[in-house]
Each structure stands twice: as C-alpha cells, then as structure tokens.
Design a protein around this ligand. Sequence first.
Ligand code: GAP
Length: 460
Amino acid sequence: MDKSKLTMNTLVNLCKNRGFVFQGSDIYGGFANTWDFGPVGVELKNNIKRAWWKRFVQEDPDTYGVDAAILMNPRVWEASGHVQNFGDPKMDCKNCKTRHRADTIIENFSKGTVSAEGMTDAEMEKYIEEHDVKCPNCGKRDWTPIRKFNPMFTTSRNMVGDGDQKDIVYLRPETCQGEYVNFANVRGSARAKVPFAIAQIGKSFRNEITPGNFLFRTIEFEQMELQMFCHFNDAMKFYESYKEKALNFVVDLGLSRENLRFHDHDKLAHYAKAACDIQYKFPIGWQELNGIHNRGNWDLSRHTEYSGKNMEYMDPFTNEKFMPNVVEYSIGADRLFLAILSEAYDEEVLENGETRVVLHLKPFLAPYKVAILPLQKNLSEKAKEVYAKLSKHFMCDYDEAGSIGKRYRREDEIGTPYCVTIDFDTLEDDTVTIRDRDTMQQIRLKVDELEKYISEKINF
Ligand code: GAP
C-alpha cells in the first residue's frame, strides 16, 4: 500500500477491533490518554520487551537488570531536579480555555522550520507575538504568559493513620532513577567493575500537557532504560556505540532504515555532554522514538549530595577515584509498539480483487506464532490435539468459526506468521497444511515436524 496514506485512525480501529489496544476504562466513556492492551496487544508488547531485554541484558555480560519500585523516596526527585525544574512551557488560551505547549505551537506554526528547543520563555512569547501565532483550537490570539507545569503525578502517604498528616509521594516520571539509586547495590552484589550498565523496564507516569496521538504520548507508559556507568574518558565512545546499538535494535525489530533518522539536540541540559534522538516516521510525521544521552557525572553526583552516600568508584587497577559518568539509552515500549504496528501494517490487493489487511510483523514479535484451524468443526478433536502439542512451545490461536478464507484474513490482520489447517487427510496420515502469512504459500508437513519448523523461523 501507499504508506503515506496510513492514518492513526486506521491503526486505532484495527487495534480496537482485533484486540491489540482498547481505550482505558472504556465502559465509563474512557479515561483520556490511557490505553489497555488486549489479548493480542499484550503478547506483542511482551515480545518487544523480551527482545529488548535479550539484546541489552541477556546478551551483554556487563549489563545487569533491576526492577525498582515505582514509589521512591521523594528526595530522589529533588536530587534529580524534577521537583524544581521538570516542566513544560505551557500557555492557556483565554478565549477557548485550552492548554498548549508553547514550543509545540511554535514548531507547528513554522511547519518545523523553527526549533523552540533552545528558546527561553521570553523568546517564545516574543516569537508568538511577533508572528501572531493563534490558538490552533479557536483561531484567536489571547494567550496567558508561559508558565512551567510540573507533570509529576502525586499521591500521598498517610504517615500516622488519622488522615491528618500526609506526605506527598510522586509517581515516577522516568525509570532511570531506580537505576542510579541502585548503582552501589548492583556494583557490590554483582562485583561489577566500571564500566557496567544497569537496565530496567517499567511503568512511568507523566501528567503531560499535550498527550495524544494514540500511544505516542500518554500519561502512563512503559520505558525500557539503560544507564552505562563509565569513566569520563570513555563516555563519548559508549555514547556512539549506544547510538549504533539502538538503531540496529529497532531495525532488527522490523523498522525500515529509511523511516529512521538521528536528530542531535540543539540545546543540551547544563550537565549534558551530548544528546540525540532516533526519530521514526510515524503516521503523524517524524517524531522521537528514543533518546541517547551522555549525562556526564550529574546523576551520581546529585545522589551523592542528596543521600550523603558517596557514589565515587575506585578503579582497582589504576587506584584512580572518580565519579562515574552516565550514558543513557531510553526508549518507550508503547511508542515502539506504535512504530512497529505502523511499519507492519499493509493493505494488499489480491488477484481476486479483494483487499487483505496484513501485519508483516517479524515472527518473533507476532502475538500468536501459529493458528490451528480445523477445516470443519468435526475435525476439532484432532485440531485440539495439535493445539495442545504446539501450545507447550508457543502462543497459538485456535479458530473453528467461519470459512477458512475468513479465518486466514483474521490471522493476517493480527500478524500470525503461520496457519496450520487440519483436514480429512490429517486423520489418515497425520499431515497438515501450513500457510505462510506473507507469501500465502502452503506446504504439507507431518504434525511431528511442526514444532521444529516453526521454532527455526521465530528466533530473534
Ligand atoms: N530518562 C530519560 C527520559 O525519560 P525522555 O526523552 O523523557 O527521557 C524517553 O523519555 C523515552 O520514553 C522517549 O523517547 C519515548 O520513547 C518514551 N516516552 C516519554 N514520554 C512518553 C509519553 N508521555 N508517552 C509515551 N512514551 C513516552
């Protein structure tokens, strides 16, 4: 298909109808910018997370996994700067009462020719006034001044039980702080020597001002983050190598190279040495997919200062004592899910003139590796036997409803790479047909050969 015609709506509808993603709290009219992953969505997302873990933790002897608590000591967020600084420049339209990000408004107004990344609030206000930038919702220019808006969600902990004294607790807006605060624990328990990395996958929460575009920007999402702790002299080397690893990873997951590009940040945080994103060409245009940052020694220095625990490292070979630098690689699991779905989605016109929707997912990512389809209902006993055998090894679907053609179409729409059809010959000679999703070719195999045949094709 002509992918430039693919819209977010098409993906949202497919996701809802086929059980990938539903609106959060759907029966209550939804809860804006939250999404629930359905039976096939949870499989795809788990497969994405498994692939990331395999590539970055399992296959790297110098990377250690953790699963830190979402609720952290509030001092963590003071040390990280989130309490004081974490905020997007927001403006309200006084006319229609909608809230907007000033930087986004400028970038959209200039059709991407102006980057607001390096602008101060005053510079953004000046640009908006001089260029007469109007509210995209109502078309009036009646803005409040820019204010910073802290997008950390808070909850509270009742410390004495009588409801009077409550301490604010934050829902983490990023997972990486759980990696910094465990630097010493991991180093000590794993006898890890710098350079080494800590990785984790987990939920983050942000009260985003401009959430939207389906899974692209939500208020609750999952991050896959990795912090490489290293000597200052090695940091740029690791930064470059993680740029390459991050790119190779998403290409190996099926994103095509022409839909990916690096974007260096124009404006760096005061402590950062280098920062870049990998952008993907989503149906909404080029947008950040993940980030790679050389953060200097800011993170461990700040946690040393705020916790009173010295995070310096003594090199056992050189006896040099230093504060490790951090190179961070961070990618959102939900955003990657959306990119993979956009890339895999296809509409093919068949010889008979019908159009089939097919997800060309890499087999290791597919929710179901194989669907078991009895040609007729009276073959279901044998088909269930085959299901029982194969489901010990892979996620399998089972479908006996409707014509075989319709069942193939349903499996194509959720990206099932193989369909096994049980027919009357199966009862005679224990063979089945196995159909390939992409080529639609069918071959005949013995039931006993299926596990090996499929296993060989679904490796990552
Ligand atoms: N620890 C660094 C950090 O959190 P970030 O650029 O704010 O950096 C990293 O987030 C990645 O997390 C992004 O590249 C994106 O993939 C994902 N992400 C961030 N905010 C998100 C949101 N509101 N919804 C979905 N994914 C998000």
